[in-house]
Write a protein that binds this ligand. Structure first.
Ligand SMILES: C[S@@+](CC[C@H](N)C(=O)[O-])C[C@H]1O[C@@H](n2cnc3c(N)ncnc32)[C@H](O)[C@@H]1O
Length: 297
């Protein structure tokens, strides 16, 4: 995979090692605590002689070099769920709030990595929504495979979702996916500023609607797997301009993050944007990601 010169120039402010973007991503998975326990999985994989390493910042998550993980009975039975580490973080940072939640919306849910993780961490009713019916089939399969019984599926354009009030809303909208090159090496082939702007415009509509669906003092998590500030800080800044939303500081013990940008090109963002986080691949051998934790005020 060749990284476009334009891409390197654009992001050299916060990416120092572009080479890592061309290297395969370590395999990672989560234990599905609906069906089993961390100790059970450790024991089973030890018996198979498959080396797995527990992550210091998330005890249910592991990495492994073994290509065998996806072929194991445990994977087939839904005892484990393959998921990129960065993709586990948006749910991890609301672990505490999930304990007291009654109603949770995963607004752009398919194929269900975060929905299935939510189901492990809450007894709340989860509405998992996606606009794309074909992708909902994968979501349904994944929910059934992990044995979640607290999840309802809906097939709506989020912008026209009925007015309801949720304790927690997760918004993981479509994005230019620049942070996924290690998994999808072709992603930069279609890379263009037009794509970034198109995504940014939709994300602004989606974040406003998602915020309206959160009840007072509830939490909205906004995440993307891209580097573009137009799809990250700018979208959250837009929400701060249009509403009384407040950002909460995100702390993931033992996990390194890169500070968000407070300005980009000719734009200066609200000071609160400093509370959002960027995950840069070279920090921890992961993909790229962005997360904001937003409180409804
Ligand atoms: C980044 S993916 C979500 C990944 C998912 N959260 C996960 O962890 O498995 C974005 C999803 O947004 C959905 N989507 C796009 N536009 C939407 C809209 N207007 N309303 C609801 N879902 C939408 C897409 O079909 C896609 O499945």
């Amino acid at each position: 995979m060749e990284i476009p010169k334009h891409f390197i120039e654009r992001y050299s402010l916060f990416i120092k090692d572009f080479n890592i973007l061309t290297m395969p991503l370590p395999k990672s998975f989560r234990v599905n605590t609906i069906k089993t326990t961390v100790n059970d999985i450790k024991k089973r994989f030890k018996e198979y002689n498959i080396k797995i390493t527990q992550l210091p910042y998330y005890k249910e998550a592991f990495i492994s070099d073994s290509p065998e993980i996806g072929k194991t009975l445990e994977h087939f039975l839904g005892y484990i769920y393959s998921q990129e580490i960065t993709s586990m973080l948006p749910v991890l940072i609301v672990k505490k709030e999930l304990k007291n939640a009654n109603l949770v919306l995963d607004a752009c849910a398919a194929p269900g990595s975060k929905t299935t993780q939510l189901a492990c961490l809450t007894k709340a009713t989860i509405i998992a929504n996606d606009i794309d019916y074909r992708r909902i089939k994968a979501l349904k399969y994944n929910i059934e495979r992990i044995g979640a019984i607290n999840t309802i599926l809906t097939n709506q354009d989020l912008r026209f979702f009925p007015n309801m009030e949720f304790d927690i809303v997760l918004l993981d909208p479509p994005c230019s996916s620049e942070g996924t090159t290690r998994k999808n090496p072709n992603v930069l082939e279609q890379w263009s500023m037009q794509q970034i702007i198109k995504h940014s415009n939709l994300q602004k509509q989606l974040i406003l609607k998602a915020y309206n669906l959160v009840k007072k003092n509830g939490i909205l998590i906004y995440s993307t797997c891209t580097f573009a500030p137009e799809e990250n800080e700018e979208v959250v800044n837009y929400l701060l301009e249009k509403t009384t939303a407040r950002l909460e500081k995100i702390i993931i013990p033992k996990f390194k993050t890169y500070p968000a940008l407070t300005e980009w090109r000719d734009k200066k963002y609200n000071k609160q944007i400093e509370k959002t986080i960027r995950i840069i691949p070279e920090l921890q051998d992961t993909g790229g990601f962005f997360i904001a934790k937003i409180k409804k005020c």
